[in-house]
Design a protein around this ligand. Structure first.
Ligand code: HEM
Length: 225
């Protein structure tokens, strides 16, 4: 039977992969052509932070969109979006370590301990690391589905820490407009999950044999294409 769902098309994942690399390509091109404004180093630190938060929100949005739109195939993209979140946070951390600290490790450690907003961002980064490392099917077998699901619930804590980090950073200038937009997105996405767990919102289009919510379902048991 012919496939009619674009999300199941063999090109869908490569298209998403290329699209997810575009911000990186844009920043790389801007840096190479000296087109990042008066302070390119600050621009790079901030832009990579922004893209980390955007990919985090996109990753969290997959399950609600999948359920509300009745599109189980969307689950195919969650892992890739999660790994791109990690890709951008690594770039963010490297930009900070290079441009702000000149790769001086003792100085980085002191700065993390000294500035609370850096500590919060660093904690989110540390918590994201095991999620990235265990995003592969073999890790689910190794950990067991239950432990894998418990570990991946950390994504909620990471999202809250990401918002707190952004809020704290902007509090010096009392400039909260952008922070508020991301905070609303995260609250809606996390609120939706909480409501669903409490049985308030619609059930997913597909559930596991045990009826476990797919939000934290291991990759091996998700819809594949
Ligand atoms: C999940 C983890 C993280 C997220 C979501 C995140 C997100 C952000 C965002 C949204 C911004 C503001 C960008 C803007 O002003 O447009 C930012 C700025 C910044 N972040 Fe992060 N960040 C994370 C982790 C880290 C880590 C690990 C460090 C360093 C240890 C760090 C250091 C900074 C610095 C230095 C700035 C810029 C501050 C300034 O320009 O005054 N962040 N981050």
């Amino acid at each position: 039977m012919a496939r009619t769902n674009a999300f199941l098309h063999p090109a869908a994942k490569p298209v998403l992969f290329v699209a997810s690399l575009l911000p990186f390509a844009w920043l790389f091109y801007g840096a190479a052509t000296d087109n990042l404004g008066a302070n390119p180093q600050e621009y790079l630190v901030r832009a990579t932070g922004d893209w980390t938060l955007r990919f985090l929100c996109l990753t969290l949005a997959v399950t609600p969109l999948r359920v509300l739109a009745g599109q189980p195939a969307l689950a195919r993209f969650r892992r890739m979006l999660g790994l791109f979140t990690y890709f951008y946070v690594v770039l963010h951390f490297l930009s900070y370590s290079w441009f702000d600290q000149g790769f001086d490790l003792p100085e980085i450690a002191r700065d993390i301990a000294k500035r609370p907003f850096i500590l919060v961002g660093f904690t989110a980064f540390v918590l994201l690391t095991p999620l990235a490392l265990t995003s592969f099917n073999r890790a689910v077998k190794w950990l067991g589905a239950r432990r894998w699901q418990a570990l991946h619930k950390l994504v909620y804590v990471i999202a809250v820490l990401g918002i707190l980090h952004f809020f704290w950073m902007r509090s010096g200038k009392q400039d909260f407009a952008e922070v508020a937009v991301y905070a609303v997105i995260v609250v809606v996405l996390l609120g939706w999950r909480a409501a669903r767990r409490a049985g308030v919102s619609p059930q997913p289009a597909a559930t596991t044999a045990r009826g476990a919510p797919s939000a934290s379902r291991p990759p091996a048991t998700r819809a594949r294409g």
